[in-house]
Design a protein around this ligand. Structure first.
Ligand SMILES: [Fe+2]
Ligand SMILES: [Fe+2]
Length: 369
């Protein structure tokens, strides 16, 4: 038997690693909030194809190129974030919870399934409706080469991978003298903070431009999709934030102080990258200043979900965008049902007249009012 095979069989048969398997018993709540999040998540379930994007085409097709470009690049950033939140972010946090937390794991796994399979897919549907294959390819290449976007992904996914490593160590190497339960919990806390920064801060900052249009009654179908995603990310950030607070409370005062410093250092690191990313997208439409205010606004929200005080001074956010966050067609109270602006898609055959656009009626977007 070769060395590799010996090691594999040792892991399988090691009696210390034997566990008693149990089933998820939903008759016994694991805590007083997870089953509420479960209900809310499932009541919000939707599919990318529920919202038809065709009605947006008459507006999109006459937008100036610099505005189309900024809109698409912004959604591409959201695509990258959702992709990795689904591929590793939610699954790794779920796996890090103790084995008996079957309900918590189920909620996180459901959230993880939404990220890529529904949210990232929806952004692709928008690209496929609005853009040519060549333009879509160029857009994805832009993201793959964008230094700030890549740095943001490395920072966030780096903490996920570190927790992935610790999940393995806890499972198979916990008797090793180099392993410590506190180190595991620190890695878990850091990954949860990264997750909340992604959900409540980075995602929300990316909702600025679609809401900017939606608030003015333009690209409404894409706006409906954003509303559905926004509602999901809202409860994702709240839930993981709550789990992070539980972990944080187990730490000594000294460790809490050190980690509070880290929370702020990490925030500033991401903030620096985000500011440059914002400039690279929004300078062309003269909105960088406004978007950066929204970035700081959402950073404070993320900190509050994690149980920390706001870091940035309060500022006035663009009322058009705030209005987009607060309309009655959405559910920002986190525990109500689907928004009343949401309807399942009713499809009909396209007609030639669908492609006749009245240019007079199209308002030009951008920083100039
Ligand atoms: Fe998502
Ligand atoms: Fe999410």
């Amino acid at each position: 038997m070769d060395k590799k095979a010996t090691k594999q069989s040792k892991i399988k048969l090691d009696p210390i690693k034997r566990v008693k398997y149990e089933g998820a018993n939903w008759n016994e709540p694991e805590d007083d909030y997870t089953q509420h999040f479960y209900e809310q998540n499932l009541s919000q379930f939707w599919r990318p194809e529920d919202v038809s994007l065709q009605p947006d085409l008459n507006v999109w097709s006459v937008l100036p190129e610099n505005i189309q470009d900024a809109y698409a690049k912004n959604l591409l950033v959201l695509t990258f974030l959702d992709t990795h939140q689904g591929d590793i972010g939610m699954p790794v946090v779920s796996r890090s919870l103790d084995d008996h937390f079957h309900q918590r794991k189920a909620v996180l796994n459901f959230m993880g399934a939404m990220e890529n399979a529904v949210h990232a897919k929806s952004y692709s549907n928008i690209f496929m409706t609005y853009m040519s294959n060549q333009k879509i390819d160029e857009l994805f290449h832009w993201g793959e080469k964008h230094t700030n976007l890549q740095n943001i992904m490395s920072l966030i996914v780096g903490y996920y991978k570190e927790l992935d490593r610790y999940n393995y160590l806890k499972q198979f190497e916990s008797n090793d003298p180099g392993y410590s339960e506190t180190d595991f919990n620190i890695a878990q806390f850091k990954a949860m903070v990264a997750s909340v920064y992604l959900e409540t801060w980075l995602f929300y900052s990316g909702f600025y431009y679609p809401l900017f249009f939606y608030g003015q009654g333009k690209l409404m179908q894409a706006g409906e999709i954003i509303n559905l995603i926004l509602r999901d990310e809202s409860i994702h950030g709240l839930y993981v934030g709550r789990l992070a607070q539980e972990v944080f409370e187990t730490f000594s005062n000294e460790l809490q102080e050190q980690l509070t410093q880290w929370v702020h250092d990490f925030l500033l690191e991401l903030y620096h990258e985000q500011n440059e990313l914002v400039e690279s997208i929004y300078d062309a439409v003269e909105l960088s200043h406004d978007v950066k205010i929204f970035v700081r606004y959402n950073a404070n929200k993320a900190l509050m979900n994690l149980g920390f005080d706001p870091y940035f001074e309060p500022e006035d956010v663009n009322p058009v965008v705030l209005n987009g966050l607060n309309t009655e067609t959405k559910t920002m109270d986190n525990f109500s049902m689907k928004g009343n602006g949401y309807q399942k898609m009713k499809s009909e055959m396209l007609k030639d007249s669908d492609f006749v656009f009245d240019r007079e009626k199209i308002i030009t977007f951008g920083g100039k009012k």
